[in-house]
Design a protein around this ligand. Structure first.
Ligand code: HEM
Length: 404
């Protein structure tokens, strides 16, 4: 068995703006050289469907690779470094199981369904506020949706949302591994930490416990010793970071895909079940998450030997475009029979905790948008976000006819 680094492999220019705007030409050419693996400047990109499923499910030899990222920025041992190494998505097995279990009850499919009226209320309020403009940047509009829903689930006031939005955007620049972005990443971390710290401190001082507030559950978990005080703050920041860019970018991509298919958009206004199909297919076609993994124990897979310290990255959009599993993969077809095999929420022990809430948000949000925002048209150039952050659109300018 040859070590992976000794085997010739294509390189994907994932750090470039051109790749982010249109990965397919590179992907197609890389696939001709190797069916599932390519290199990038800091490790390997896994792009084949089966390899993504197999490797992301291997939680013992591959672990979320944030330690290497923390070292890259020279931040080992700082609060920020500890956050990325110890938070809910942490590589340490027992700590991960304990932290995940302490909030998991709030993320079951049943709980997500109970949140639907709240999700509808948040979207209707946003549409009331934004529709009279007749034109806006859909990415900006969408950015208020998940963060307002998360604040409502946590049971906290929406007042800090504007300053949280930009801090949450900036934090994900860390995956670009560009040291020039470090000051911005650290500034945004200060905003997130102060928010979490002040919120918990204030709430802990009060004696009113709200059974429906996730934050109060988490505080109760800390009081009973299931979470430390720092873990409690880290968990709060994790829910915000994990649930913000992801849902906002996904909703914006769904809108972009539907701008090109007006009949599908119209059908979304009439048929909520069809919205579910649209969301599944969008997650298949344009998954936006980019799980990182570090190899922690040497292993062989598919003719390669991976060594301890190798970094593997799994951009969710690429396995969704594997023609071996999804025929005609670039076609956006909500009636596709196997869209639900997408890997947009990951696999294995770290599979997205918020996936049922995310799906409910996208489905309910899309249904209301299609009912109230009629005849949307692209009204300018779109800009793409860096591929290795949370992928998606930076801007999506649209005009439309508001429906009262
Ligand atoms: C469309 C929206 C979303 C997408 C595409 C998405 C995608 C993902 C992916 C791919 C992972 C796995 C990361 C890895 O394996 O390293 C993940 C983890 C996670 N997600 Fe999501 N996510 C979304 C929305 C949300 C929401 C709304 C929340 C919470 C409110 C959330 C909370 C989390 C958490 C806490 C984790 C870490 C789980 C763990 O490590 O045990 N996500 N998400």
């Amino acid at each position: 068995m040859e070590a992976a680094f000794e085997i010739p492999l294509p390189t994907l220019p994932v750090e470039t703006a051109e790749f982010s705007a249109d990965p397919d030409p590179w992907l197609e050419s890389a696939r001709r050289e190797h069916p599932w693996l390519a290199r990038f400047s800091h490790g390997y990109i896994v792009h084949g469907y089966q390899a993504t499923v197999d490797l992301l499910s291997d939680d013992t030899r591959l672990r979320p690779g944030y330690g290497g990222i923390v070292d890259h920025y020279g931040e080992r041992g700082t609060l920020w470094g500890r956050f990325w190494e110890e938070n809910l998505g942490t590589p340490f097995e027992q700590a991960h199981i304990r932290q995940r279990a302490s909030v998991a009850d709030a993320f079951t499919p049943r709980h997500a369904n109970q949140l639907r009226p709240l999700i509808q209320q948040v979207m209707n309020d946003l549409l009331d506020e934004w529709l009279p403009r007749g034109a806006f940047d859909f990415a900006e509009f969408a950015s208020y949706f998940p963060v307002t829903v998360i604040c409502s689930i946590l049971g906290v006031s929406p007042e800090p949302i504007p300053r949280l939005r930009s801090a949450l955007e900036a934090q994900f620049a860390l995956f670009g591994l560009d040291l020039a972005a470090k000051p911005l990443i650290m500034e945004s971390w200060e905003v997130l930490w102060s928010f979490a710290d002040e919120l918990v401190t204030l709430r802990e001082k009060g004696d009113e416990y709200d059974d429906n507030s996730l934050l109060d559950w988490m505080i109760a978990a800390a009081r009973s010793g299931k979470l430390s005080e720092t873990e409690l703050r880290f968990a709060l920041i994790t829910l915000l970071t994990a649930g913000y860019d992801t849902s906002k970018n996904m909703l914006t991509l769904v809108m972009k895909l539907l701008l090109e298919q007006p009949e599908s958009y119209t059908r979304c206004a009439e048929d909520k079940d069809y919205c579910r199909k649209v969301v599944q297919e969008a997650l298949r076609h344009s998954g936006i998450g980019i799980p990182f993994r570090d190899v922690v124990a040497e292993f062989d897979y598919g003719g390669f030997q991976f060594r301890t310290g190798d970094r593997l990255v799994f951009p969710a959009s690429l396995p969704g475009r594997d023609p071996a599993v999804f025929p005609d993969p670039l076609a956006f077809n909500p009636e596709r029979a196997n869209s639900n095999r997408h890997v947009a929420f990951g696999r294995g022990r770290h599979i997205c905790l918020g996936q049922f809430i995310a799906s409910a948000q996208l489905q309910e949000g899309l249904h209301l948008i299609a009912q109230r925002l009629k005849n949307p048209q692209l009204a300018g150039d779109v800009r793409w976000r860096p591929f290795l952050s949370v992928w998606g659109l930076e801007t999506l300018p649209i005009t439309f006819t508001p429906q009262s």
